[in-house]
Design a protein around this ligand. Structure first.
Ligand code: 39S
Ligand code: ZN
Length: 763
């Protein structure tokens, strides 16, 4: 009889209670040794494998675990260490590994950027001045470990050569084809050793196949995979894609590999099968359970999809798995003790998804009737949630429909508004400000945690927050900043906090997901219809403004960012949810204005990351994003100034949409890509005000005045000084107080000098 197999692509690294984060941070702070770190993380890794084995997953990934980031793991496997870290060859020491990721006193860290359209950040490989060579076969080590410790014949996972090279950066002009040729033999070495050690399946991740490659690039891809196939014909190699449908399906499905992994949740992959079929010589790994979201799968719907898939691929060539690595979802709903059972019943985190995979696999193999009880339970849970009070807020649906075109446009054009705003604020040339958050010290977190555990009263906690705000208003005054912020001390996270205060959201206790390194985020769940119910930020902003004559910026997270950084219900269109969030925020903006806050920043750091991978979906997304931002911000008076902020992005291709947001001022992160970014704003004759981040807040280093003067002067070559603001790159919440004060002082001094020079020029 045919055995249909189940598989997973990757599993969360952080542990159910973020044990991994604690271990890492203890190691970095010197309170545990390297041996202790490795012992602790091995425990977590083996637990993850054991869990998958016990639940009945057939193809269990090994080597998906990482101490920081899997892209960086791939770099160090090939000895790719930037020269500034003084690497002497051989296996890369752990200290060097962490230094590349985090920087050290002598060398700045490698860049970090978003992993495709997710909120996970990877460390960008730097290919300059290095000759890659296999210095450590990491997948082999993990393969051996799983076999030895747990008797698991694991499926080693490698980041594929094409994706790795596409994500890397180099200043040289080595053609792509040549770089692929350089790496192919190294991959072959890794794979040969795996085959010799007994590996049967190997998963090679090539998510980059969801974007278009040129004909020449595809030739290089074909050549690389042909060489790999010829070198290790016995290995069952899976080319694994995810996050979208494959862009060049004809080419990719013709690669000489044993199996192809496709995402059937994001992008219309089933249509590809209907149009072009599935190759007769390959196994299909069908990603049918959503690896990016937390809702329970509708098993009936998934089984229909699997039926449809089986009209293109027979059962004996079918493996069932999630749509992507489960890295992007929290570990388990078991720990959630505070969620209503109606809600809990509709959720599925990583562990629950494993079970869904096992059930679906059984149904495909032995027939639906063999999981009748599970199907029944599944249907009941989903119906209960859908019919619950959470999803029946008719009023919200009504109101949004009534918005007219003039409701989503500012009353006057920018040129007119800015005059009114200048009159109101009377700011100097090159005004200085910050992006919003100030250091979230251990003390701030401790006080919040005490209050949450009931060890202090709400009044005590609120007083503590007020004291922080007062202290920092004084500090900002003393430093001489022109536009102040309240500091966001009351917020755990810029998205989670809003989720706690807006109707339609719920917040989990342990729903953590890795964002970068040891840093995690807890995306709120958007469960029902979203609606404003109480002022969210007014109290803190008004209090801060009462302490100073200088303007204090109100500080909100924008609708697109709240959408992209939450787990969004999937029973209604995403754009509908987006508009509901936007509408709730519109209310908040109006409340702030009514209470005397006339400068309001609406952050959209996730706007770029949400850009669909599929080119043809981009316009729709950008139009919806712009529309939502305008719903939130357009109702204010002409002399109320709307700011926005973006970071971690390549702005070039979205510059028109940025302009269409019609925000009066935008502040953006550029310290990682000066030249390119400024040209984006220059080429398009961006007419509104801009603050280019003049220093990198991700590093503890205090910048020198000269360095800042250089950055500012460079920007002023292309941007009119009347349009230009001076600020750090991003929020300061991860920095300590001392560094923050020192850096801001230098920034204000540099700004003052250049301001004087500019004024002298005009005279
Ligand atoms: N959602 C989101 N995505 C984003 C960003 C962002 O700001 N938010 N920024 C970029 C990524 N940058 C990030 C920067 C910092 C952190 C970060 O610092 N995360 C914190 C968690 C923040 C948080 O919610 N903190 C809670 C504390 C949670 C906690 O650990 N509590 C302790 C107890 C605390 C104590 O007693 O000291 C516990 O549960 O054991 C709070 O402030 O209250 C962490 O990993 O440590 C995350 C992402 C892009 N994506
Ligand atoms: Zn930012």
């Amino acid at each position: 009889m045919v055995k249909v197999q189940s598989s997973t692509i990757g599993y969360p690294r952080i542990g159910g209670k973020r044990e991994w984060k604690r271990a890492l941070e203890s190691f970095w702070s010197g309170s545990i040794s390297e041996v202790e770190l490795l012992t602790k993380t091995k425990e977590i890794r083996l637990d993850n494998l054991r869990k998958q084995k016990e639940i009945g997953i057939d193809l269990i990934p090994v080597g998906d675990f990482s101490l920081y980031d899997h892209v960086l793991d791939t770099s160090i496997m090939f000895g790719i260490v930037p020269t500034r870290f003084e690497y002497a060859g051989g296996k890369v020491p752990l200290d060097t590994y962490f230094a590349i990721a985090r920087g050290n006193k002598d060398a700045i860290a490698s860049e970090m950027t978003k992993w495709f359209n997710t909120n996970y950040h990877y460390i960008v490989p730097e290919l300059d001045n290095v000759t890659p060579k296999l210095v450590e076969n990491r997948p082999l080590e993990f393969y051996r470990e799983a076999k030895k410790e747990l008797g698991i014949n694991g499926k080693p996972v490698l980041l594929g050569p094409i994706t790795f090279i596409k994500l890397a950066k180099s200043s040289g002009d080595t053609p792509f084809e040549e770089t692929v040729e350089q790496f192919t033999p190294l991959y072959i070495e890794v794979l040969k050793e795996l085959a010799e050690a007994g590996a049967e399946w190997v998963q090679i991740d090539e998510p980059v196949f969801t974007s278009e490659l040129s004909a020449n690039e595809h030739k290089a891809v074909q050549k690389a995979y042909t060489a790999i196939h010829e070198a290790v014909p016995s290995l069952k190699i899976i080319v694994q894609t995810y996050f979208e449908k494959v862009a060049n399906y004809a080419e990719v499905s013709a690669l000489p590999v044993h199996a192809l992994g496709l995402d059937f949740v994001h992008g219309n992959t089933i249509e590809l099968l209907q149009k072009f079929g599935f190759p007769k010589d390959k196994v299909l790994l069908a990603g049918v359970v959503d690896g990016r979201n937390v809702w329970k799968s509708d098993l009936d719907v998934k089984l229909s999809l699997l039926d449809e898939i089986q009209s293109h691929v027979e059962k004996d060539r079918l493996i069932i798995q999630p749509s992507s690595s489960l890295l992007h979802v929290p570990v388990s709903i078991e720990l959630e003790s505070k969620l209503d059972n109606v809600i809990k019943g509709g959720l599925s985190f990583a562990d629950e998804k494993l079970l869904e995979i096992v059930h679906l696999t059984k149904a495909v193999q032995d027939g639906k009737e063999t999981i009748a009880t599970e199907l029944e339970e599944n249907k009941n849970a989903l119906t209960t949630l859908n019919n619950s009070k959470y999803r029946q807020n008719v009023v919200v649906k009504g109101n949004i429909k009534n918005l007219t075109e003039s409701d989503v446009n500012r009353a006057a054009p920018f040129a007119e508004r800015i005059l009114a705003q200048r009159k109101r604020f009377n700011l100097p040339l090159l005004p200085t400000t910050t992006i919003g958050s100030l250091p979230q010290t251990a003390e701030v977190r401790k006080q919040r945690s005490k209050w949450r555990r009931g060890e202090s009263t709400a009044e005590q906690y609120e007083q503590f927050i007020k004291d922080q705000i007062s202290k920092w208003i004084d500090i900002q005054e003393e430093i001489g900043l022109d536009v102040l912020v309240h500091g966001e001390f009351e917020r755990t996270d810029m998205v989670e906090y809003f989720g706690e205060k807006i109707d339609g959201f719920v917040v989990s206790q342990f729903g953590w997901v890795q964002s970068y390194g040891s840093r995690c985020v807890k995306p709120p769940l958007i469960l029902g219809d979203v609606a404003f119910s109480q002022p969210i930020t007014v109290k803190e902003s008004v209090f801060a403004q009462s302490l100073t004559k200088k303007p204090v910026k109100g500080m909100l997270t924008g609708p697109v960012t709240i959408l992209n950084w939450s787990f969004v219900r999937d029973d209604i269109p995403r754009f509908e949810v987006l508009n509901q969030i936007a509408y709730a925020l519109r209310h908040e903006v109006e409340e702030l204005e009514k209470n005397g806050i006339h400068m309001i920043q609406v952050d959209e750091p996730a706007l770029r990351e949400g850009l669909p991978l599929n080119l043809s979906d981009r316009k729709g997304y950008l139009d919806a994003a712009v529309h939502a931002f305008k719903i939130s911000t357009a109702s204010v008076e002409n002399d109320t100034q709307i700011h926005t902020h973006m970071c971690y992005s390549d702005f070039n291709e979205i510059i028109d949409s940025i302009s269409a947001l019609d925000a009066d001022v935008i502040s953006i992160e550029v310290s990682r890509s000066h030249g390119e970014l400024i040209s984006a704003f220059e080429k398009n004759t961006y007419d509104k005000e801009i603050g280019l981040g003049v220093y990198d807040i991700h590093s503890p280093r205090v910048p020198s005045k000269d360095e800042l003067r250089q950055n500012i002067n460079r920007a002023l070559k292309t941007i009119n000084p009347n349009q230009f603001w001076i600020n750090p790159d991003c929020g300061l919440k991860t920095r300590n107080e001392e560094e923050t004060i020192a850096a801001l002082k230098v920034m204000v001094e540099a700004a003052k000098e250049i301001r004087a020079e500019q004024l002298a020029l005009v005279k």
